[in-house]
Each structure stands twice: as structure tokens, then as C-alpha cells.
Design a protein around this ligand. Structure first.
Ligand code: S3P
Length: 191
């Protein structure tokens, strides 16, 4: 029970990667990002996979990553925002994992993703993460996709609204939840 994977799900821009990385560091666990796994398998960034091979190819590889992760234990896993749209992925991630959904208000998602998309205007990423599903009018796309996916993240065992919270706040809240449920075992080490 204590070596179950901790799987972060949620819409783009809810902080899965930043929170997952920090959570893994604090718990002394290995961190896996499913987008990075897909990129490694196909040898190119997500945006190029979408452009050159199509979304279906990306989703197939994403499903393959979930199949592989179902056999792993003790990881912190940050997932791509669309991973839960495939029930098979959810089944695999759940196999050894606790699913935690990160949510955020649409305005906050827009603000975070706008910063990431343009490093010159203050974004923290050196290489901006291009999100193929948000090309064009980003604000309209965010609202449209949030509507289309309403309910998709309800598969989580627990969910936390990250609006107005720092990464550190969110991580501490998640640790509180996991401790309360007895999922952690003296793992806190590396602050
Ligand atoms: C997607 C989210 C992205 C990435 C791809 C598709 C989605 O990951 O997997 O661009 O369908 O929501 P993040 O949620 O990490 O941005």
C-alpha cells in the first residue's frame, strides 16, 4: 500500500509537472512525466509529434507509457492533460496508483500558460512548452476544452484546487492527504 505510485492528473497548466517534481524530491521518489516518456520514445517534442505524426500517434504512445507504468511502483507520475480521456489509461494508472487531480480556474490556467509560452515576457521555462491543442486563440481553446472535459478528471481519488496556491502549498496539501490516508511511510526526507 505504501509503495503505490502517486499519479497527478489534470488539465494543462494546473501544475502537474512542477508539483510532481517537488513532491518526488521531498519524498525521495523517482519522478516520471508521461509527456517526456512519449518524447523519448518517439525522439521528438510533443508539438512535433502532433504536427508530423498526428494526435492519434501521440495518444497511442501515451497509452503504451501507461501500460508500462502499470507495472511500476513507488513513483511520482505527472501525466499529460488528455491522458484520462482513454479509460484504458485510467485503469493502468490506477493499477498501482493513487490518482490526484490538480484543478485551477480557467483564468489562472490562461495566465500560467501565457507565461510559459512567452519566456521573453517573464516565463520561467527556457524552452517554452508548445501545446498543440491550444494553438490559435488560447483563451477560447482553454474554455472549450475545459467544457469538453468537464468531469473527465473526476476519476481521481482526491482533488485539489491549485488556484492561488504556490507549488509548495499544493505539495504540502497533497502530503497531508497522503499521510492522512496512510499512503506514506517515513518518506519525508529531502525537503
Ligand atoms: C495535452 C496535454 C499536454 C500534452 C499534449 C496534450 C492534452 O500535457 O500531453 O499537448 O490533451 O491536454 P500537459 O497537460 O502537461 O500540458
Amino acid at each position: 500500500m505504501k509503495d503505490r505510485n502517486i499519479v497527478l492528473i489534470g488539465f494543462m497548466g494546473t501544475g502537474k509537472t512542477a508539483v510532481g517534481r517537488r513532491l518526488a524530491a521531498i519524498l525521495g521518489r523517482a519522478f516520471i512525466d508521461t509527456d517526456s516518456e512519449v518524447e523519448r520514445a518517439l525522439g521528438k517534442p510533443v508539438a512535433r509529434i502532433f504536427a508530423e505524426d498526428g494526435e492519434a500517434r501521440f495518444r497511442a504512445e501515451e497509452a503504451e507509457v501507461c501500460r508500462r507504468l502499470a507495472g511500476c511502483r513507488g513513483l511520482v507520475i505527472a501525466t499529460g492533460g488528455g491522458i484520462v480521456l482513454n479509460p484504458e489509461n485510467v485503469r493502468h494508472l490506477r493499477q498501482n496508483g493513487i490518482l490526484i487531480a490538480l484543478t485551477a480556474a480557467a483564468e489562472e490556467i490562461y495566465r500560467r500558460l501565457s507565461c510559459q509560452a512567452s519566456p521573453a515576457s517573464g516565463g520561467r521555462r527556457r524552452t517554452p512548452k508548445i501545446r498543440p491543442l491550444l494553438q490559435g486563440d488560447m483563451w477560447a481553446r482553454i474554455q472549450e476544452l475545459l467544457r469538453a472535459r468537464a468531469g473527465a478528471y473526476a476519476v481521481a481519488d482526491w482533488s485539489i484546487d491549485t488556484t492561488g496556491r504556490t507549488v509548495e502549498d499544493t505539495v504540502q496539501a497533497i502530503i497531508g492527504y497522503l499521510e492522512g490516508k496512510g499512503y506514506l511511510d517515513q518518506e519525508r526526507g529531502n525537503g
